[in-house]
Design a protein around this ligand. Structure first.
Ligand code: MEV
Length: 303
């Protein structure tokens, strides 16, 4: 029986979520430690096998619909026989870690391999955005680009992707709050704030912080980086996209000597990130955690 495989990895946004939707630049990093693997297998019916659902693809749960739609589009595009999709992942779904983009990327790669077709990153990006538009309504494209990239990027809508050129040091720890986030809800909440309250002021401040953050990265000013992360969190909180469980983790990280901490991704739950330069302080912090976490060694994890 013919099979093929496709994989991808998660992403985290270090600085600039939400303001990136309004045209400001954002800094994102691939999270290669958390990934998605898909096996595509010729079958008698179209079905999905995964830890959260096993059954007919067209009966998959609502949160999986954007991927089921992409599956349907790829089936039609390749005029494919019925397929079984086996999904396994170490990425957490709805955690602000780019799971929907990573699954879309892995699925598309598996299809192109199944049919022995080459695919460019641009075409892959377009397929990912097809399902991301259903998942997020107006995705900036940062998630899709970061799950395609092996290295940190600076992204500005619609299509400017620059590698982050500066050498990085220190550690980012990503901690899941245990609360499912919703990018779709968070993006519409921010839109409401922009249309009816003073949301635009916070978006502009977040955008300016992203720019200042890039400059602080160039001069390796670690405490300023942490300070900008903390400031960003104040604006994200004011926009209503934080969550008490995220705030609790931020307070804990700060009490263990993090230089800065904030939510990452859409918010309303999901993950927080904290920046440490001292390995001992980082170890003391993670020893307190009962939630899943991932560590990025900024010096070693990228080329
Ligand atoms: C989601 O990972 C990041 C947001 O800025 C939405 C987007 O950029 O599409 C919240």
């Amino acid at each position: 029986m013919k099979t093929s495989k496709g994989s991808s990895h998660g992403k985290i946004i270090w600085m600039g979520e939400h303001s990136v939707v309004y045209g400001y630049s954002a800094i994102a990093l691939p999270l290669k430690q958390a990934n998605v693997h898909i096996t595509l297998e010729e079958s008698t019916t179209n079905k999905l096998e995964s830890i959260f659902y096993t059954g007919p693809m067209d009966k998959s749960p609502d949160f999986f619909m954007p991927i089921a739609f992409l599956f349907d589009s790829l089936q039609k595009y390749f005029n494919a026989p019925d397929m079984k999709v086996i999904l396994s992942m170490t990425l957490v779904f709805a955690g602000g870690m780019g799971s929907s983009a990573a699954i879309a990327c892995a699925l598309t790669r598996a299809y192109y391999r199944f049919f022995d077709k080459e695919i460019t990153d641009q075409t892959l990006f377009e397929w990912i955005q097809l399902s991301e538009r259903l998942a997020h309504q107006s995705p900036s494209g940062i998630d899709a680009h970061t799950v395609l990239s092996s290295n940190p990027i600076v992204f500005t809508k619609p299509s400017s992707i620059q590698p982050l050129m500066t050498s990085l040091t220190g550690y980012l720890v990503i901690v899941h709050s245990g609360i499912k986030g919703s990018t779709l809800e968070a993006v519409s909440l921010v839109k409401e704030q922009v249309l009816h309250n003073n949301g635009q002021t916070h978006i502009d401040s977040l955008g300016q912080l992203s720019l200042s953050f890039s400059r602080a990265l160039e001069v390796h000013d670690h405490s300023l980086l942490g300070n900008f992360m903390n400031q960003a969190q104040e604006h994200l909180r004011a926009l209503g996209v934080s969550h008490p469980a995220i705030e609790e983790l931020i307070t804990l990280a700060n009490s263990f000597g993090a230089l800065g901490a904030k939510l990452t991704g859409g918010g309303l739950g999901g993950c927080m990130i904290a920046y440490f330069t001292c390995k001992n302080k980082l170890s003391d912090f993670i020893n307190q955690l009962s939630h899943p976490y991932w560590i990025i060694d900024l010096e070693k994890d990228f080329v």
